[in-house]
Structures are given as C-alpha cells and as structure tokens.
Design a protein around this ligand. Structure first.
Ligand SMILES: *Cc1c(COP(=O)(O)O)cnc(C)c1O
Length: 359
C-alpha cells in the first residue's frame, strides 16, 4: 500500500464532532424533546411515506414544506430555505458568507459547530467572549463590528449551552450598526417564545435559523430552516447540496409542521419542568445553575467531572463541558420527563451528600 498525502491543512487541528452519545436510561445530554412524535401523527407520517416515490429524486428545495413554513411566518417561499438539519444550513452559511479572506465573529462560549465550520472553510475567526455570567459583552461586540471587516456573526438566542436569550434591543442595535450578515440562531425559540422575525422586513442583513430537532421531536429526521431576504436565501441555494433533504424527511417534516399546534402542550410542560428543575438545582449546596430560556440548564459545581461520572453510573447522561474553554466546571442537563428530572436531581443530591460525608 502506498502512503497517502495529508488532508487539507485546515483539518490539522480539528477533532471530529463527537456528541458523546452513550447508552443511558435517562438521556439528558442532547437537548432533544423527551417525548417522541405521538401515535396519531406517526401514523400520518407513515401514510405520507407510503405515498412517496423512492426511485425519484426528492424536490430539491422541499417546496411544499417551504410553503408551509413561509405561510406560518407571513413570508414568501423564496424567503425560506430548508436544510438537512440546522447544521447543514450553518455549513452553507460558512461557505456563502465565509471563506478565504473573510471573517466570522463568534461570541463564545456558544455552539461549537460555528467555529468548526469557519475553520473548515478557511474563514478567519474573531471572538468577543461573553462575560463571566455569560451575558453578551454588547459594547465590545458593537465596537468590533464597527471596524468593518466582519462578514457574518452568529447570535444564538437562547444561547447553547448557556441558556439565556440575547436581548432584543441589542440585536437591533447590532443589525443597525453593520452590514455583516447577522444570523440569529433560534434553535430553541419555541421554549423562549421570542423571535426576531418582526425585524426581517426592515433588516436585509438578518437571517433566522430554526430546527425541527428540539421542540418538534424530529432530531432523528434532520430538518432545519432559515428565514431571510430572498437574495440572501438565493446565495445559500448556490452552495447547498441539491438533494440534501430526502423525500422521507420532507414528508415527516410536512406532517409535523402542519400539526405543530399539537406540540404546544408538550412545550408548555417542558417549560414548567425547566422551572421545577431550576428550583431543585438551587436547593443543592455548591451548585450554581444559570438562568435558561431553553430546554436545558447549564450549572457549575466543584468536582463536575466526578459528578458527571456518578450521574452516568446512575443511568443519567448529561453533557460534560467541565473542561471546555470558558465553561470550566460546567455540566448541561436537558429538561426530560418529570421522572427523569427527579432521577437526575436525586442522583446529583446523592453525589453532593456523599462528598460532604467524605470530608
Ligand atoms: C441543535 C442546534 C441546532 C440545529 O440542530 P439540527 O439538529 O442540525 O437542526 C442549531 N443551533 C443550535 C444552537 C443548536 O443547539
């Protein structure tokens, strides 16, 4: 066997994305909806899939789904683009607004996919870190875009993994201050119930990203979408893979979106459970939870990595950020079912009590 030459140089420092999936009883690590699509909707999805031609290429732009999303948001079809998960659209964004000689403004700690995509596309990354409480350093962000070299910036609202939403007046000031593309990642907006949608008419530089993976229980299906100006969408269409959203995913997403009102009680229940989980965390000595508008809570504690392992032993998988930059000592728990949340709180309490006794 001959040797192979190295891959492209921008891959050198990269680790393949690892969601750290491990089998567990309570899967509270990936911000999914704890409830799968209910039986009646599932039956409707199956009916749609039975009607789907498998030998034909899918509609490349998923126009039926696009129309449903456009109508619900008071937009036209050409202001919506559907992707293979929000992740595909984030990659398309880096291809279309990033690249050699272009600059992305990142606001860490935030979703790690943004920086990876910039690196893969040879986009320069500039960072304005959040404050110690994870709030945005608004004046520093505005000062940095004033330099004029930023091509795109992503504001995650609510932010993952820290949980708080971006102040609306700040995003407006940012949109007014720059001609950079300002992407507002609203992957969790169904839980925060806030959107920048009203500013699409007035701001050509606003792009909103959403997903079916969180509130709408379709993480396994891989569908996300963006809302924006028609000519911004058109640039994204140029870089996308023509058939990235397969016919079966389009069918499932159409059924779920058309019936999205049926998810509302489940979303309301998750928001209530989030508040209960927050109250539970606040009673634990040495645990500092950060306020959340999403379906997860980030918390900091001493011995976070040992706590992660203890929880896992007890069948509860949470996400470990304890060694991630700016997130030292932090774990993130997804809001699960009431039973899962109780199991998590009980296990974490046992860990903390065990440590107190050991002293
Ligand atoms: C989950 C998530 C997405 C999109 O996820 P997909 O499953 O690819 O749709 C985008 N942004 C953030 C911040 C997320 O947490």
């Amino acid at each position: 066997m001959r040797r192979v030459r190295p891959a492209a140089p921008q891959l050198a420092g990269l680790e393949p994305y690892d969601p750290k999936y491990l089998p567990a009883e309570a899967f509270l690590s990936a911000n999914e909806n704890p409830c799968d699509v209910e039986a009646a909707l599932r039956a409707e999805i199956v009916r749609e899939i039975r009607r789907t031609a498998l030998n034909r290429y899918p509609d490349p732009l998923a126009n039926d789904l696009r129309d449903l999303i456009a109508e619900a948001n008071g937009l036209d079809r050409d202001q919506v683009l559907v992707g293979n998960g929000g992740d595909e659209l984030l990659f398309d964004l880096a291809l279309a607004w990033g690249g050699p000689g272009r600059t992305f403004l990142n606001l860490p700690p935030t979703f790690s996919v943004y920086a990876t995509n910039a690196q893969l596309t040879n986009t320069r990354i500039v960072e304005v870190a959040r404050r110690a409480d994870f709030s945005l350093d608004e004046e520093a962000v505005l000062a940095r875009v004033a330099a004029g070299d930023i091509d795109y910036v992503i504001v995650t609202s609510p932010n993952n993994p820290t949980g708080e939403r971006a102040p609306e007046d700040f995003v407006l000031r940012l949109l007014d201050a720059t001609d950079a593309l300002v992407v507002v990642d609203e992957a969790y907006f169904e839980f925060s119930r806030r959107t920048l949608r009203p500013y699409l008419e007035s701001h050509e530089n606003l792009l909103i990203l959403r997903t079916f993976s969180k509130a709408f229980s379709l993480a396994g299906v891989r569908v996300g979408y963006v809302l924006g100006h028609a000519h911004v969408i058109r640039e994204l269409v140029k870089v996308r893979q023509p058939y990235s959203v397969d016919a079966l995913s389009q069918a499932a997403a159409r059924v779920v979106f058309a019936n999205r009102a049926t998810f509302e009680p489940g979303i309301a229940a998750i928001i209530e459970e989030r508040e209960r989980l927050m109250r539970g965390l606040l009673t634990l000595p040495g645990v500092t939870p950060f306020p959340s508008d999403a379906n997860y809570i980030l918390f900091r504690m001493e011995g976070a990595d040992a706590a992660w392992a203890f929880l896992y032993e007890r069948g509860v998988l949470v996400r470990d950020f304890s060694h991630a930059p700016l997130l030292e000592g932090c774990l993130r728990v997804t809001v699960g079912t009431p039973e899962q949340n109780d199991g998590f709180l009980a296990a974490l309490r046992d860990f903390i009590m065990g440590r107190c006794e050991a002293r």
